[in-house]
Ligand binder design. Sequence first.
Ligand code: NAP
Length: 239
Amino acid sequence: MDGERVALITGAGSGIGRAIALGIAARGARTWIVGRRAEALAETVAQAPKADLCTIAADLTNDTELAHVRDAVRADGDTLNVLVHCAGAITPGSVQEALVADLDAQYQVNLRARFQLTQALLPMLIAGRGDVVFINSTAAWGPRPGVSQYAAIHAAMRSLADSLRAEVNREGVRVLSVFPGRTASPLQRRLHAVEGKSYRPERLVQPADVAAITLAALELPRTAEVTEIALRPLTAPGD
Ligand SMILES: NC(=O)c1ccc[n+]([C@@H]2O[C@H](COP(=O)([O-])OP(=O)(O)OC[C@H]3O[C@@H](n4cnc5c(N)ncnc54)[C@H](OP(=O)(O)O)[C@@H]3O)[C@@H](O)[C@H]2O)c1
């Protein structure tokens, strides 16, 4: 990755998205970062003042704001080399009690926005022979009580990535799904509070760990494609 390359990372105002954005920007790429809170994006920029980071404050569940993201990146050039989907949300609840409105809200940000943004930027990704990364979750894989909505949407996200890969590999575009287990982040801190658990971030995967393995996959020569990566906390793997 170098200064002639362009990347876009959603959810880059905190947690995993911020770590990946800082890692990509440190390699010299022009790096667009997206999230709803301008102040959170500004904090990411402040952590790498010399990097080529451009912020777009946008709610990706809003069609107009998502189109604004697409237009800003398009106006900047013809190609996109890396698109990382990291914006996401989780609202836990049992099947018995969870609200359908929460299912809809998680679908909007975790699946619909990712589909729509991929679709909008695909011509630029093909032109750049780029990489698309879906930050998924180990919740997509196994039965775990209390997160049926999130798990179902993430299983669908894996299918979206797999179908996309089958369509665009021939165009030179690679597609990677990353499945982190519990990772220290604001989302995970909130989840622990809802679950009534004490939050001990030092026992969890770190955002920098997810960034390191994601960047390693992206830096592999284009003779190879990493399709899936899973990582989990060493000391609390099934927590
Ligand atoms: N932490 C974990 O244990 C874990 C494990 C597996 C997978 N994941 C996944 O990893 C991704 C990143 O999560 P994280 O743990 O790093 O949590 P996080 O720090 O809360 O990051 C989520 C980011 O998404 C952004 N976002 C949320 N809704 C958005 C919207 N409608 N439009 C634009 N941006 C939006 C948030 O910024 P704004 O609030 O400013 O919009 C936030 O920066 C998520 O998809 C999550 O499901 C996390």
